[in-house]
Design a protein around this ligand. Structure first.
Ligand code: HSE
Length: 291
């Protein structure tokens, strides 16, 4: 039996659409056991309601990989343990399920996969690398998928910063949040994002926090998605007033994240108070980067 623990993630970090991502300290847990028969079982010992096997990405990922290696006769019992990454909230729940499925299948196949294979399969199953790669390697990273290979590089995230994560009580499907994006962009918007990504990464590396508010901006996805997230603009304004270095939509949303200095000790309490004045319910958490 193997226990698999996968962190939640936040993709994009503002301008790094489909490119930047970070692992955060909330986790899903899964257990996989090989059976002597060819039976394929899913057991729910979870804090969330069970879903159909066909919609369970961990289960379907295991099947896809067993089929790929012509080992569909291997039987297994997958146990869904604690599922703490909120579902359809932009915190990498599907990436976590896919990554867990790949590690589970790899266990059933006696460790046939290399780390490079795992990164590639995860990126191809998810469709982009920015959630799955941090779920696999931890930390904050940039990932590029080209010619059947995933290139990754870890980015320094200073210890004096932290994320305040604001999770609403409504879901937003990634499919819908991608549908609202344009097919084509103006050159000026591409330049806008390229310059912000470079400024963001280098300023994190050099601890030039005064640059983060500019470096976190983007013109590729957030303006289109804000319409789908109630009170997004208002929350961003309050975050700025309360002294955050920057704020962004986590992945495809609807979760919002503020980057703050750990010394800004009033932020959490003041933001929580503000969120309580809104019509919809928001959960607020202080999360650290999972290295
Ligand atoms: N980069 C992806 C997006 C993350 O923003 O659509 C969500 O899966």
């Amino acid at each position: 039996m193997l226990k698999i623990k996968v962190p939640g993630t936040s993709a994009n970090i503002g301008p790094g659409f489909d490119t930047l991502g970070v692992a955060i300290d909330i986790y899903n847990e899964y257990y996989i056991k090989k059976l002597d028969t060819n039976e394929k079982k899913v057991v729910w010992k979870s804090n969330v309601s069970s879903i159909d096997n066909k919609e369970n990405y961990t289960y379907t990922t295991i099947l896809k990989i067993l089929n790929k290696y012509n080992k569909h006769n291997i039987g297994f019992e997958l146990t869904m343990g604690s599922i703490d990454v909120p579902i359809s909230r932009g915190l990498g729940s599907s990436a976590s399920a896919i990554v867990a499925g790949i590690y589970a299948a790899n266990y059933l196949l006696d460790d046939i996969l290399t780390l490079e294979d795992i990164k590639l399969l995860a990126t191809e199953f998810e469709g982009h690398p920015d959630n799955v790669i941090p779920a696999i390697i931890g930390g904050l990273s940039v990932s590029v998928y080209e010619d059947k290979k995933v290139y990754t590089s870890l980015i320094n995230f200073p210890k004096d910063l932290e994320f305040i994560v604001m999770i609403p009580d409504f879901k937003l499907s990634t499919e819908l949040a991608r549908k609202v994006l344009p097919e084509k962009y103006y050159r000026k918007d591409c330049v806008f994002n390229i310059s912000r990504v470079a400024l963001l990464i280098n300023s994190l590396n050099n601890k030039e926090y005064e640059n983060l508010r500019i470096g976190i901006n983007d013109k590729i996805h957030q303006n289109y998605r804000k319409e789908l997230i109630k009170n997004c603009n208002k929350i961003f304004e309050v975050s700025k007033e309360l002294g955050a270095y920057g704020e962004f939509i986590s992945g495809a949303g609807p979760t919002l994240i503020s980057i703050i200095d750990k010394k800004n000790t009033d932020f959490f309490h003041d933001m929580k108070e503000f969120l309580e004045t809104l019509e919809e319910k928001w959960d607020i958490k202080k999360l650290q980067i999972n290295n």
